[in-house]
Ligand binder design. Structure first.
Ligand code: M6R
Length: 366
């Protein structure tokens, strides 16, 4: 049942190329320059006329929502708020019939997310679900939706659900960008082609596994870890930290790289591994400066960089490469080494990787 892998988590990490292909099959027609998604096509005006989109979710699904915020605002120019479902439901949020609410949930059974949906519906919003489990409560409670088609995810630590959620949300954002006239035909085509190439680029990123094991061995005994990223990769930093916390029980925090100097930089010493996502994009130079700040305080730097990177390689203690892609698609690649790293650290520490203590696969109580 684990397909020859030692744990479900490792199997599911390796399933991501195929899972993403399953997500976009029949929806992404790169050669024709078309995105086809019934749940969006049938409700297109709800999205294009919405005052704003509010995304509600928990945990890793909330991180996927944060990535979506960047892509929706950047490409489709629709204002987005991302809310923890548990806060949204008790906050008396300003939601009207001119709002679209997107609920993201792997299991489709998360109690707080379900309650947030009910509240949004009472306020007249159009509610769209992004779920993995077919026929789940959230899939049934929403007005329309798009399944991720990732296949069953058994490991408590979410991996392929995250990247397929981002894939669905990217398809939606691209579709809306096109319909709203925010994107030129050539730019749109380019995005579709690059998205289609993501599975093979993930296959390549997975090949860094042996090197990642060396890094894992070196930092597995650290008591704390920091994860930093900017822009599209800030949510990936949060997700990297969550993965490490939940399966290895090492305290970790994710931060926007520039927030370092507002507090967390005080934590840095020679014991502190800092995982910095420093891929090729407009923020690269800024991230390099952040790396220099860490280095001058003797922090250990592990850079997640674009293939062929030179500058970070000079500064960092280790670099892990991912293939080049469009900035908006980088989270789909930078997430991969961070998943593998948490996995290997947890295995080396002899943790129960697939069923970490105190955690359940779906949180059906608030
Ligand atoms: O099934 P859901 O996507 O609604 O679950 C949300 C969170 O409980 C879930 O992502 C949790 O944070 C995972 N254990 C993270 O790996």
């Amino acid at each position: 049942e684990k397909g020859g892998y030692e744990h479900f988590m490792l199997k599911e990490i390796h399933e991501q190329p195929e899972a993403i292909r399953d997500t976009y099959r029949g929806r992404l027609l790169a050669n024709e320059g078309i995105i086809r998604m019934a749940g969006i096509d049938d409700n297109i005006e709800k999205f294009t006329q919405a005052d704003k989109i509010t995304i509600v979710a928990c945990g890793t699904s909330w991180h996927a929502g944060l990535v979506a915020e960047y892509i929706f605002e950047d490409l489709a120019r629709i204002p987005v708020e991302v809310e923890y479902a548990s806060e949204f439901r008790y906050r008396n949020p300003v939601i009207t019939n001119k709002d679209v609410v997107i609920a993201i949930s792997q299991s489709g059974e998360t109690a707080d997310t379900l309650a947030a949906i009910k509240l949004a519906k009472q306020n007249g919003a159009f509610v769209f679900g992004v779920c993995n489990v077919v026929g789940s409560s959230i899939a049934r409670e929403t007005h329309a939706g798009a399944y991720t088609h990732a296949g069953p995810e058994i490991g408590v630590a979410s991996t392929k659900a995250f990247t397929t959620q981002i894939t669905v949300l990217t398809l939606i954002a691209l579709k809306l960008a096109k319909v709203k006239g925010n994107m030129s035909n050539s730019d749109f085509h380019h995005h579709l082609q690059e998205l289609e190439l993501i599975p093979e680029k993930i296959e390549k990123a997975l090949k860094a596994d042996a090197h990642i094991q060396i890094v894992a061995k070196q930092y597995k005994d650290a008591k704390n870890s920091l994860y930093l990223g900017r822009g599209y990769n800030f949510p990936v930093a949060l997700e990297g930290a969550l993965k490490l916390k939940e399966i290895s029980y090492i305290h970790a925090e994710g931060y926007p790289a520039a927030e370092m100097k507002h507090g967390p930089i005080a934590l840095i010493d020679e014991q502190m591994p800092v995982y910095v996502i420093a891929v090729n994009n407009p923020h690269y130079g800024k991230v390099v400066s952040n790396i220099e700040e860490i280095k001058s305080r003797s922090g250990k730097i592990i850079g997640i960089v674009t293939e062929g990177d030179e500058e970070v390689k000079e500064l960092a203690d280790h670099v892990i490469e991912v293939p080049n892609t469009l900035e908006s698609l980088t989270p789909l690649l930078t997430t991969i080494p961070l998943q593998l790293l948490s996995y290997h650290i947890a295995v080396m520490l002899d943790r129960n990787v697939d069923q970490p203590r105190n955690l359940a696969k779906s949180v059906t109580v608030e």
